[in-house]
Design a protein around this ligand. Structure first.
Ligand SMILES: Nc1ncnc2c1ncn2[C@@H]1O[C@H](COP(=O)(O)OP(=O)(O)OP(=O)(O)O)[C@@H](O)[C@H]1O
Length: 248
């Protein structure tokens, strides 16, 4: 594996217990620092793929390797530190009385204590512009603020790969823009599952398109979004009047 490869998915196939085959041999390589959008219609297999990256699902066939470490039962603690997933609903990730405690939860589990833990929490909250909110109750925050705190809970683990599931969903335009600025500023490899094609274009130079449990295209985002036939074939639609060639 080349030094700058941080994620390698090779020949990954997977069927759910009910027999439904969701992945049919996926190959995907991410290099350190890349920002990649994972696109595709409903049911394409995007979530199923993402849930393999930190071992929530186990490969039926093929392999997933993170920074040289195979995603396997014996490595799960280390894999979950390296691959941070921000789920679509922030309330799935926030369960402590205060924002600060939520962000401290992961690193405290790794054994961080005292000043080192406080520093880690401050660093993660600062990265998402929520440093003033450490003592607040998460359920008193707006949805956009809760999503930013959910990102901070993952950043506090200093992950190697940050995976975001629909980061722009349910955000008003200002919150959407603020989150984009935050994500742009992070020094991390980013994989973003999204149906928001302008967001993919803004944040991710590269896009991977899945459909039917396979990767059907892997290209610079503007190229992919300007391929009208590919877009139509895989039920991707740009918002009315949006032109990727002039949006950049
Ligand atoms: N728990 C499950 N049991 C059985 N089949 C499932 C399960 N979860 C997903 N599937 C099936 O696996 C396939 C891939 O689903 P997946 O959720 O990975 O798609 P997706 O690309 O993330 O879709 P969406 O954009 O709707 O989130 C679909 O056919 C789906 O019906």
């Amino acid at each position: 594996m080349a030094d700058d490869v941080t994620l390698e998915v090779a020949g990954l196939a997977f069927a759910y217990p009910d027999g439904r085959q969701a992945l049919f041999g996926v190959d995907l390589t991410l290099r350190r620092g890349e920002r990649v959008a994972l696109l595709g219609p409903n049911g394409a297999g995007k979530t199923t793929l993402v849930l393999h990256l930190n071992g929530i699902h186990t490969a039926g066939a093929g392999s997933v390797t993170v920074a040289g470490l195979p995603v396997a039962k014996e490595n799960l603690t280390e894999i979950r530190r390296r691959v941070g997933i921000v789920f679509q609903d922030p309330d799935d990730q926030l369960f402590m009385p205060t924002v600060g405690e939520d962000v401290a939860f992961g690193p405290a589990n790794l054994g961080l204590r005292g000043a080192a833990l406080q520093e880690r929490v401050a660093e993660a909250l600062t990265a998402v512009g929520m440093q003033e909110f450490a003592d607040r109750a998460p359920h008193h925050l707006s949805f956009g603020q809760r999503r930013r705190v959910a990102v901070a809970t993952v950043l506090a683990m200093r992950p190697e790969i940050l995976v975001l599931d629909e980061p722009s969903s349910n955000l008003d335009p200002a919150s959407r823009r603020e989150l984009a600025q935050i994500l742009q500023s992070l020094d991390v490899t980013l994989l973003m599952v999204t149906h928001d094609l302008p967001y993919a274009l803004e944040l991710c130079p590269r896009s991977v398109l899945m459909d039917g449990g396979v990767i059907v295209a892997d290209a610079p985002t503007p190229h992919l979004l300007m391929d009208a036939e590919l877009m139509r074939e895989h039920r991707l639609e740009l918002p009315y009047g949006f032109n990727p060639s002039v949006a950049l």
